[in-house]
Design a protein around this ligand. Sequence first.
Ligand code: PEP
Ligand code: MG
Length: 859
Amino acid sequence: MAKMTYRFQEGKKEWKDLLGGKGANLCEMTKLDLPVPSGFIVSTDACRDYLAQESKKLSPKLIEEIILQIKHLEALSAKTFGIGDNPLLVSVRSGAKFSMPGMMDTILNLGLNDQTVHALSAITGNVDFAFQCYCRLIQMFADVVYGVSAENFGVTPTGTKSEKEWQQTVQNYQKIYAANTGQSFPQNTMEQLIIAVEAVFTSWNNQRAKVYRRLHNISDALGTAVTIQQMVFGNYSADSATGVMFTRNPATGEKGVYGEFLLQAQGEDIVAGIRTPEPIRKLAETMPYVYDELLKIATQLENHYQDMQDVEFTIEAGKLYMLQTRNGKRTPQAAVTIAYNLMKEGIISTETMINRIDEEMIEKLLHPTFTKEARQKKAIVQGLPASPGASVGQVAFTAESAKEMAMQGRPVILVRNETSPEDIEGMSVSEAIVTSRGGMTSHAAVVARGMGICCVVGCEALQVDESQGVAYFAEGQLKIGDVISVDGSSGRVYRGKLPLNEATTSAVLEKVLKICDSQSTLAVYGNAETPRDIKESVKKGAKGIGLARTEHMFFKANRLKMMRQLILADNPDKVNEALSYMKEEQKADFCQMYQILGELPCTIRLLDPPLHEFLPQEKKELREIAQDLAINSQEVLTKAQSLAEINPMLGLRGVRLGITRPEIYQMQVGAIIEAAIEISRKEKITIIPHIMIPLVGTVKELSLIKKSCLEVIGAQFKDSNMNLPFNIGTMIEIPRACLIADQLAQIADFFSFGTNDLTQLTYGYSRDDAHKFLSTYTHNAILPSDPFQHLDAEGVGKLMRFASEKGKEEKESLSIGVCGEVGGDPASIQFIQTLPVDYVSCSPFRIPQARLACAKAAI
Ligand code: PEP
Ligand code: MG
């Protein structure tokens, strides 16, 4: 096997596969000449090799390499490992390719034993410091190697003691260690190091790491690297500290460093969230020169990595050391703001900005907030706003009960003193997380932000007693199952259910999406027919309406009655009465639509569903309808029976309806044209009606309906003394239509792919029943995913490519859209981009994601 250890000088940031994220970035910072304590990395190759072996022992070759690396560290630091007057101590940390905060293990102060602790005490002149470090090593070692929890050792000893007292304490620690592990604490420091490396490798497969990987789609096969680095001590003296810092605010994305530090503490103290740290700006008062250096480094790192960084640092006796840097986890809001600002600052390109934002972030960003009035309500506790959002749910005090409640379909809010990596599963199913302790970088805060879950930490007025299932606050208590509302943006927690506001787009997102539009070649339209949804579509940035399903307009009581009259009428007068009623109603709808949209295009589809969908199933209800419409009830029953279909999706619907009941389409076309004329006149604009025929499968169907439309339109223009441009097009949603697309293009002004029906008919899967077997299919990898959600490029997509290419070849001016569900799906958009298609059209709530996806597909 090739070499398995690398010095910091040897690696670079691109080697994350081999050195893990932490290791690769330590190498990079070393290359940048930043103050990084020296060290080396045991590679992920070595980890995989170790995990594959039965013996679960480091190979002799690896041990040999580690010994040589330690020798090198000794030479660099002029210290000696395990012996001598000036002992070398190291930290041993895990570091996988993808950061897994708190999931794997760390050991600090390794290299101390009964001898070197005295040497450290002597050389630092600080007996308390040296022995504290030793106690901590024993406790961490027991924890990481043998899973003995820290509580067994009681509270970490602090304060001043005589050397004798300390020796007593250490002996106690060693006794506890031996009692819990069945071993004595190893005095050979090389043995300590080898066991520690083995333990870190093994921690790759601990339960919480596995769960974290599953939740974040990280492969189990990667393995972790181990970073071994010379210790620097944040707990060394009064002018020592440890801290974490984001180069920008990870919750909001605002510019300016953001973080926390603890004086006289070691790194783990911050992450564990046990002592509440100071905000970083306080460092400007305590150690201004260090603060300035830190700011300089923040800028240097951001420029170098071209992204917001999350750094760990230690100050030892007034000197700053960098221990880690990585791209910081952030909320969706921060992600969008940071990407936009970095682009504005010239650090990244427009393309990079677009690629940095993902569709899921937008979805989360558009989460609701509590109403302004609701927010005036008195909060029961107030903490730090660790991850924004607004959530309502029932209180659970343990990850276990959170999981149980979530399984019962109850929205859960996990309330704890602090969270630990074991809680990860419970956290992931919660609507929000509230903790009484910890700062903005505590475990709860970091994990919640990564998952986009609303989170409030450090609610100091809250005291959680999980064994009793109760939490106390100044004016009362919370019990399991109580409903609370959590505002992750203000840090306030309220009792009861607060009303929520519909989510609104942020100003920055608006700007980003405008930039996206300028990069896209596909336009995004909305599928909408009600005034509310049309307005929403326009607000979300739709360039028009690609599909208005007119059948959705008939479900109001009176209209439904008239529709039924039209279907069931026993004489022409009743048919005409129903038609003229519906024409007026439809016209009013279309006027409203045109009024909202102005000259933005609006594609109105003529009636599509089988007529029996407008009728009830039950005989009793049919009789009532007969009575209501004054039609012979036997006749109604017979008509209803004759309309019933065994396979209605393949029955009398779409254009077939237009052919068999031409008066319905004629009525609709009349209403469309009258409305367009009326609003064009009124608003002094030119509305171009786009009339769409559904479910066309033959040339003759389309030509017949087009002819009948033209007659109505001609008459209408004549009557009103006004002409408007107009388009008549067809849905392409039957495989046969794809195959004869060239002929259809001779007649149609536009095509719109109805991928819902096209998928249904291409696969022969009923779109209403396929869910019953699709999960089995995807689970067994028979299908990669649900083709109704993610376009099947291989099959359905092939038909679409054929049809769109043939269509455009035949008629260059033919406009082509996709208006099925997949029109709003990022993965499908990626494929649609490869077709000669002009726009996608989707539900209003998906429009922002689709705009982003179209830009990504184009660049
Ligand atoms: C389609 O079939 O994809 C389509 C958009 O029409 P509908 O869903 O109304 O059948
Ligand atoms: Mg359809």
